[in-house]
Write a protein that binds this ligand. Sequence first.
Ligand code: ATP
Length: 439
Amino acid sequence: MPDLMEQITSLAKRRGIVFPSSEIYGGLRSSWDYGPLGVELKRNVKDAWWRAMVQLRDDVVGLDAAIIMSPKVWEASGHLEVFTDPLVECRNCHQRFRADDLEGDPKTCPNCGNHTFTDARNFNLMFRTHMGPVEDGAEDVYLRPETAQGMFVDFATVQQTARRKVPFGIAQIGKAFRNEITPGNFIFRMREFEQMEMEYFVKPGTDEEWHEYWIQERLRWFTELGVRPDNLRLRDHDADELSHYSKRTVDIEYRFPFTDWGELEGIANRTDFDLKAHERHSGEDLTYFDPETEERYHPYVIEPAVGVDRAILAFLIDAYRVEEAPTAKGGTEKRTLLALHTDLAPIKAAVLPLSRNDRLVPAAKEVFDLLKPHWMCDYDDAGSIGRRYRRQDEVGTPFCVTVDFDTLDDRAATVRDRDSMAQERIPVASLVEHLRERL
Ligand code: ATP
C-alpha cells in the first residue's frame, strides 16, 4: 500500500511532525527535521525505551558517549575494514545502487532500465571528517555509525564506577551516521539517524538464554506501545549475512508498506568479539572478575539495537486510520486519526474554549494552567469546535477538554475521548485525577 506512505508523509509534513531538512534550499534527500509535534513524539519514544530498558530495571545503567571517538575505536571494532556495502554504478545513467538491492534476474537499473553495471566495489559507510584546523589526513576522525562502541570502550569504567555485577547492561540513545548508498522511504533509511542500543554483558555459556530473553522483551515493548502483533515477525540472519562480530542475530521485522518485511530492530549475540578487540588494540584489561566464583572472563554481549526514527515510522503506520465519523448535522464525514498509545502521543490534552468569548477565555486558560504542569497540553481557540477536534485527532491527542458557557456556572468541562469520541462532563476540580487515571 504505497498510498499509505504518501498519506502519512503528507500528514507529517502538513502538521509539522517530520518534514524534509533544509527545504528552502531544495532539501537534502536523506535528512529530515522533526517539528514541534514530532519532537514531542520522538522524546516520548525515547522516554518509553529508557523507562523500560533503564529506569524500571535494576540491572541496566545509562551512558551518553561522544559521537566523535578516537579513530582507533573503528580500527579495533572492524568498522574501518568491513563496514561496507557493495556499490555498483549503472553504465548508462550513472546512478549508484547497492549491489545486493539489485539481486535477481535480470539485473536491471531501476532508474533507466539498462542492464550493464560497473563491478561492485566496497564502499565504507562511515562519514569521515577532520579534527582540528589542519586537513592533512593525520587527524581523520569518523562520526560514529553505531552508538554501541561507546559501551564497549567505557565497559570497565562503567562497571567499576557503577559497581555492577555481570549480568548487567549499559544503554545509550544518540545520533549515528551512515553514508547509505540508497537512503529513502521517508525516515526508514536516513544518513543521520538516532539509535537506542543496549549492550547486556553476560557470563559466556548463558548468552543463548539471555538472547532469547531480550528478543521476547523487545517484542513485548513494541506490542505494548501499540504495534500490531501481526505486523511483526522474527527472522534469524542466515550465516552469510551475519555481521563480523555476531554468533546469532535475530531481527524484529515490521510489515512496512514499501517492502514485504523490513528490519525494525536487530538483536545480536556479539559474543566477546568487541571487548577482546578493544583489549588487543588498547592494551587495557577488559576482563571481568566474578567475586563469587573467583573466575575472570570476557563477558559475552547481547545487543538489542533499534532506530528511533524507524520505530516512529512503525508507530505512525499502525496508528494511522481514516474513518467515517458522524457530524453534528446527522451526516458523516471522514476523520483522520492517529490512534497513538497515550505514552507516545505528542500532546496529551487540548483545552478548547467553545468560542473566543471574553468570559470563556479566562476560564479555559485556567483549565490550561491547571493541566500543563502535569502533561504536554495544547490550547486552541481557532475555528469551529468540530474542526478543532479533527485537528487534535489527526495528531493523536487522546483527550480534548472543552470549556463552554455551562462551565461558568457548574465548574465542569466536557472531556472527549479521541478513539470513541465519547464525551463526559467532569468537574474542573477533578480533571487532573480523571486524566491521570487514563494517561
Ligand atoms: P539495514 O539492514 O536496514 O541497513 P542494519 O542491519 O545495518 O540495517 P543495524 O546495524 O542492526 O542496522 O542497526 C540497528 C538499527 O538501527 C536498525 O534495526 C534500524 O532500526 C536502525 N537503522 C540502521 N540504519 C539506519 C538508517 N540508515 N536509517 C534509520 N535507521 C537505521
